[in-house]
Design a protein around this ligand. Structure first.
Ligand SMILES: [Zn+2]
Length: 184
């Protein structure tokens, strides 16, 4: 009996979450019961698929199921599974280059006061501009690797770290300035 159960679990339970391919993520979402309905409060009767992400995070963190009610237990289990496929975005802890969902490139740097802030690169001018609230839209998942910075640099003809136009043939080839490359 126990063995049977373990076998079933192995089949249905996804192995790892990090670096999930879209197909795997879909599988995980199918495995999560997105039709499970919220049993309490303002969202009572609403399926998980229609609940906003912050609300689901709140339930995941603060809400306990009532073991006497099957719908309550089912909802709790579904929320736990949803959480596996939607890990909390990791906050940025150190300086670097980032790209948001809209494809905008940001340089995150530390202010003298100690906090981090983001400046957006304007590809045409090479200027870095401050956009209020832009840190809120970035997480560690948005961090650019050196290779990605080079790729963007080649595409726009500028070093993404400092915004300077790439003129030196070696830098054009590399897609980033020599000193800036060492900063990443
Ligand atoms: Zn540079």
């Amino acid at each position: 009996m126990t063995t049977q159960f373990a076998e079933i679990n192995q089949e249905t339970q996804p192995q790892a979450v990090e670096g999930l391919q879209p197909a795997e993520l879909n599988k995980l979402n199918n495995w999560t019961n997105l039709d499970a309905v919220c049993p309490v409060g303002k969202w009572k009767g609403t399926p998980i698929s229609q609940m906003p992400e912050p609300t689901l995070r709140w339930f995941a963190k603060n809400w306990q199921a009532n073991p006497r009610y099957a719908d309550s237990v089912a909802f709790r289990e579904a929320v736990d599974r949803w959480l596996i496929s939607h890990p909390e975005p990791q906050r940025i802890q150190r300086e670097g280059m980032f790209r948001d969902e809209q494809g905008r490139v940001f340089r995150v740097q530390q202010a003298q006061a100690g906090h981090l802030y983001a400046l957006m690169l304007e590809p045409a001018s090479g200027q870095f501009v401050y956009i209020r609230g832009s840190m809120g839209g970035l997480s560690e998942a948005n961090r650019l690797t050196l290779d990605q910075c080079k790729e963007i640099g080649k595409a726009i003809g500028r070093c993404v770290v400092c915004g300077a136009r790439l003129t030196d043939p070696a830098s054009v080839e590399r897609g980033i300035g020599p000193i800036c490359a060492t900063r990443l």
